[in-house]
Design a protein around this ligand. Sequence first.
Ligand code: ATP
Length: 362
Amino acid sequence: MKTYSIATIPGDGIGKEVVPAGQQVLEALAKTSSTFRFEFENFDWGGDYYRQHGVMMPADGLDAIRNKDAILFGSAGDPHIPDHITLWGLRLKICQGFDQYANVRPTRILSGIDAPLKRCKPEDLNWVIVRENSEGEYSGVGGRVHQGHPIEAATDVSMMTRAGVERIMRFAFKLAQSRPRKLLTVITKSNAQRHAMVMWDEIALQISKEFPDVTWDKELVDASTARMINKPQTLDTIVATNLHADILSDLAAALAGSLGIAPTGNIDPEHRYPSMFEPIHGSAFDIMGKGLANPVGTFWSVVMLLEHLGEFDAAKQVMSAIEQVTANPKLHTGDLGGKATTVQVTQAVCELLTAGAQRKAA
Ligand code: ATP
């Protein structure tokens, strides 16, 4: 029996509700398996930790989770702490510390979800957005001088390296190659940004030669927003810089029906360090503590976590349970226009997993 050790970091706001729900789903799944089990360790890092200790996570925090097989993360964000502290002090510290350079965001319109694009059939929108997650606009390079004076100046430098662009392009082409349509769109802005984005385009062309069976095209980031809405079926795998993909993937999540559904993985494709899986929504303090958070984004993140561990059958079981639940409007939470609670949705998914295993055994 294989044991996977999982770090859970609920973080702030509804993260504290959806991460325990995700853990429950993994536990329900493990009960049905004779080949693997999970061992969980919970870390109380985030806004409350910051109030007590002045930091979002301890200085040696990365060492505490370095040897885990994966991390299930909730959200970082607190109305009383500046966003750049909550983000850089926890989530980005882990992403950068573990060189999780590929951020992967699948988007689909799940069964039963009323998505806003009325002309779009559910099968027209089936994308995976690959976001460069280690450099670019969020590299942290820059500075601020003469604060408060009229001559105050500030820079955020978008830093791109050949090694960084090559590895994300290779990852994106490989992912596109593994999907049925073998189709990749490279998002760019090389008309206006004439240094780093030109290198980005050149490297895309260079890496494309390694994947002759992948059809690919280039699209300016501004034009891609219109294409996502007007011709969603022309897209499949999409690769973009840190900032561009950050924005496009929120648009994608909205087009698929709700922020509460969308998952993401911060992945170290080389498996040198644990990868981290999380719903894309934030801490949502407006609904925190009320039991109203939609846990589906976390459950889909659990699917990605299982795929990363190589447990593909288990991942399929969880995805199928999720889709059976979203297909039932009685199990829709408030963000989907329903009245269901986090607990009800979680119980329904767990029961489906148990029932599925019993059917298989019979
Ligand atoms: P942060 O500042 O941490 O990014 P936020 O509250 O500004 O968080 P989000 O949490 O990403 O932003 O989402 C915006 C709104 O969408 C929330 O205020 C909430 O009403 C709704 N929402 C987001 N996620 C969920 C969810 N899982 N279930 C239900 N509603 C959600």
